[in-house]
Design a protein around this ligand. Structure first.
Ligand code: NAD
Length: 253
């Protein structure tokens, strides 16, 4: 039986491609109705879900734009009447080049923090009133294994994802009484479309990551499906404020 068989509705940000698209497809395959949003065109993800027999709609929305985030929420609610699951996946990541922290320009620092941290805050603020109405919700914030490993040469990115882990914990405390569970999913280095396109999968970075794992192979977006379904579904109803690292056993805690 499908995991989401009670009309559950999910929003996935950054769902046009890569890992976000995989989350959207996974949730839809398990019966959730999915709003796919991104600054890019989301039609491809929406069409794939529909062709597979699932329900999805899409919107072009920048997570740092309150008006667009508001439209993302109102379009979802007018279509399906509720929001149960929010996956905060949108981020600036694959396009970033690795560089020493001394070389990171201030405007790039600001852009990464604005999207990766403030964008999550804005989406949570917009969605929570809908979740509160039903006294239930699942917020899954996407961080990164880099936080726990202290990965060098991406200080703005690692800092932004560290903030996500902290934000998740504090939000989980604030929202528990409303029945809203907030957790972090932290992937390891994953061969997403964006990463492969950006050429991030060649050389020592990828090889070093694989060597550091208990399960010594490349991570692919599908490796995150099980953890996403766990955190989005009733299976994790007594889990909140946690960080689940899915990286083949590279970081152990
Ligand atoms: P990606 O950069 O390919 O995809 C991110 C998506 O977010 C893109 O579709 C992009 O258009 C969208 N986006 C960017 N700015 C946006 C904005 N302002 N508003 C709305 N959408 C916006 O990255 P990915 O590899 O698919 O990673 C997805 C998530 O997983 C990100 O949060 C990333 O930080 C995290 N992550 C990725 C890896 C990896 O190795 N691929 C590892 C750990 C964590």
């Amino acid at each position: 039986m499908a995991r989401f068989n009670d009309g559950e509705v999910a929003i996935v940000t950054g769902g046009a491609q890569g890992i976000g698209a995989a989350y959207a497809k996974t949730l839809a395959a398990e019966g959730a109705k999915v709003m796919v949003s991104d600054v890019l065109d989301v039609n491809n993800t929406v069409n794939i879900i529909k062709q597979a027999g699932g329900e999805a709609i899409g919107i072009k929305a920048d997570v740092t734009d309150d008006k667009q985030v508001g439209e993302m929420v109102s379009k979802t609610v007018s279509q399906w009447g509720r929001i149960d699951i929010l996956v905060n996946n949108a981020a600036i990541f694959a396009q970033l080049k690795m560089q020493k922290f001394m070389d990171i320009p201030e405007d790039e620092w600001d852009r990464v923090l604005r999207v990766n941290v403030r964008g999550v805050f804005q989406c949570v603020k917009a969605v929570v009133p809908e979740m509160k109405k039903r006294k239930y919700g699942k917020i899954i914030n996407i961080a990164s294994g880099t936080v726990f490993k202290g990965t060098p040469l991406m200080l703005h990115y690692v800092t932004s994802k560290g903030a996500i882990v902290a934000m998740t914990r504090a939000l989980a405390r604030e929202l528990g009484d409303d029945g809203i569970r907030v957790n972090t999913l932290a992937p390891g280095l994953t061969a997403s479309e964006g990463m492969v396109r950006a050429g991030q999968f060649k050389g020592a970075m990828s090889e070093g990551n694989i060597a550091s794992r208990c399960i010594k192979r490349e991570e692919v977006p599908e490796d995150l499906q099980g953890a996403m379904l766990f955190l989005a579904s009733k299976d994790s109803d007594f889990v909140s404020g946690q960080a689940l690292v899915v990286d083949g056993g590279s970081f152990l805690h």
